[in-house]
Write a protein that binds this ligand. Structure first.
Ligand code: THU
Length: 136
């Protein structure tokens, strides 16, 4: 799967974002080791703290179906459909949630569009991450 295709899937998921409070829609697409994609959007709640980010929606969908090996995640976001000057980086909670299953090598594509994205790794976004290895 090309990075462009993964970003396209994140953009498709973003359309389902439930964002009546912030207006900030996010989509994420997580690529598994065997080439499957789990996509998710953010889902807000009137009790604001109960909001679930797009990245964790995608991750929890996959893990709840027994899939725990991932290579890439693409993330897109937009405030009220406006064109972005900034990419949407995963929040700290999502970095930690992803680290549990993906570790530092996960490739992270933070995209404005399918041909305009920053490519980095989870290790760069969460250096010295605390993970399962710490508890062995
Ligand atoms: N949001 C995500 O879905 N992912 C992130 O990593 C950053 C923030 C959502 C949460 C909330 O619904 C909206 O963006 C504004 O914070």
């Amino acid at each position: 799967m090309t990075p462009e295709e993964l970003v396209r899937q994140a953009l498709a998921a973003m359309k389902f974002a439930y964002v009546p409070y912030s207006g900030y829609a996010v989509g994420a697409a997580l690529l598994t080791e065997d080439g499957k994609v789990f996509a998710g959007c953010n889902i807000e709640n009137a009790a604001y703290g109960n909001t679930l980010c797009a990245e964790r929606t995608a991750l929890f969908k996959a893990v709840s179906e027994g899939v725990t090996e991932f290579t890439d995640i693409a993330i897109v976001g937009s405030l009220d459909g406006k064109k972005n000057t900034l990419v949407t980086g995963p929040c700290g909670v999502c970095r930690q949630a992803l680290y549990e299953f993906c570790g530092p090598r996960l490739r992270v594509l933070m995209a404005k569009s399918e041909d305009d994205y920053i490519e980095t790794t989870l290790g760069d976004l969460l250096p010295y991450g605390f993970g399962p290895a710490n508890l062995e």
